[in-house]
Design a protein around this ligand. Structure first.
Ligand SMILES: *Cc1c(COP(=O)(O)O)cnc(C)c1O
Length: 368
């Protein structure tokens, strides 16, 4: 048997008959940048994420970047975030000239440890950027309380968490802004790069719209400098086709997670994902901890099972952030997670047979 980490071809087979006419309609319109199709997607995502406005942008990275730029965060400012995330989180903070200030993670959810945030706040802190890792939301109540107390923005990196919720309230609706990615491996993946910023603040949404268009308003008049962060109509058309299936895909991922949880329940060597009782997660990834992680990955690959390390190098030890002067054990839980975890196939089209095979092989390895 062969089980890839993600099988987008299996998904596309179910979408092709709707996808091709949707793309053809954009081609017929020859309206490629922004326009009505992008606006339709923005309206749907704003509603879905329980916010007021959504601004389509060129990627999840650019959603973070445009948010920071639109909130005037730059040189001399600090942004508190997690060291255990995809690079774009810390990279976007660095790119606007601000300083990423890391706070270690919780060992069970892999999300930022909110009990450690207060100690990291200084006079220079402008924002907290929690990441909802693997689709599960960070604990937002303490984050919002600290932000209110210290007058900070909250920028939710919800790139992996569209549709995820905490006490029924959707990811992206808690912060000043929420940032989504439509990278193809996310739960709602485009036909290339794309992203979106959501917010309840209409004035900020207007600023984000200027930001994605070189800061222009009206056209050719620039009071400030943005960039080209626009979303293509072809992406929006593809995403609208996929959006109809999003809830069913989330449900299929949850069902797969429940099957793995049950199969691993009595295997002490395997640490399965912990989901807080107040979270309704979407399992963008199903990440386990095992002894001898690297040997486990080699064994799974030998058995034609796709798996991946998210993430092998924590942010504080990335070469490009050497100027921050961190040592590996500054954030021991992030370090440990980068050495001990791996992601298993969890995609919606995974068959029961494939899932059983993956679980069987992981158990075979840890028992050997
Ligand atoms: C995917 C991802 C991003 C970046 O999104 P792109 O669309 O690839 O630019 C940012 N943060 C996190 C946590 C992500 O997983």
């Amino acid at each position: 048997m062969n089980v890839p980490l993600l099988d987008l071809k299996a998904q596309y087979a179910t979408l092709k008959k709707d996808m091709l006419p949707a793309i053809e309609a954009v081609l017929d319109s020859q309206y490629f940048i922004g326009g009505p199709v992008v606006q339709e997607l923005e309206e749907k995502i704003a509603e879905y994420s329980q916010t007021k406005a959504a601004v389509g942008v060129s990627s999840g990275t650019d959603a973070l970047l445009a948010s920071l730029m639109s909130l005037n965060i730059g040189p001399g400012d600090e942004v508190i975030t997690t060291p255990y995330t995809f690079f774009a989180t810390a990279g976007s903070i660095w790119r606007v000239g601000a300083k990423p200030v890391f706070v270690d993670i919780e060992p069970d959810t892999y999300n930022i440890d909110t009990t450690k945030i207060a100690a990291a706040i200084t006079k220079k802190t402008k924002a907290i950027m929690p990441v909802h890792l693997y689709g599960q939301m960070a604990d937002m109540d303490p984050i919002l309380a600290l932000a209110k107390q210290h007058n900070l923005h909250v920028i939710e990196d919800a790139a992996q968490a569209i549709g995820s919720a905490q006490n029924g309230r959707k990811a992206g609706s808690f912060g000043t802004v929420g940032c989504f990615s439509f990278f193809p491996s996310k739960n709602l993946g485009g036909l290339g790069d794309g992203g979106m910023v959501v917010t309840r603040d209409e004035a900020l949404a207007e600023r984000l719209r200027e930001c994605r268009n070189h800061g222009s308003h009206p056209k050719y008049y620039h009071k400030w400098v943005g960039a080209n962060f626009r979303l293509d109509a072809i992406q929006a058309a593809g995403l609208l086709v996929k959006f109809k299936h999003l809830e069913a895909w989330h449900a299929a991922r949850r069902a797969n997670a429940a099957k793995y949880d049950a199969l691993f329940a009595d295997v002490a060597e395997i640490t399965t994902p912990v989901v807080r009782e107040y979270n309704q997660t979407i399992y963008n990834q199903y990440v386990i901890r095992v002894p001898n992680r690297d040997a486990c990955i080699a064994f799974l690959k030998e058995n034609n099972i796709g798996c991946e390390i998210y993430y092998p190098v924590a942010m504080h030890v990335q070469e490009c952030f050497a100027p921050l002067g961190h040592k590996p054990d500054d954030f021991p839980e992030a370090e440990k997670a980068s050495r001990e975890t791996l992601a298993l196939p969890i995609y919606p089209e995974l068959t029961g047979e494939q899932l059983n095979y993956v679980a069987e092989k992981v158990i075979e390895f840890v028992k050997a």
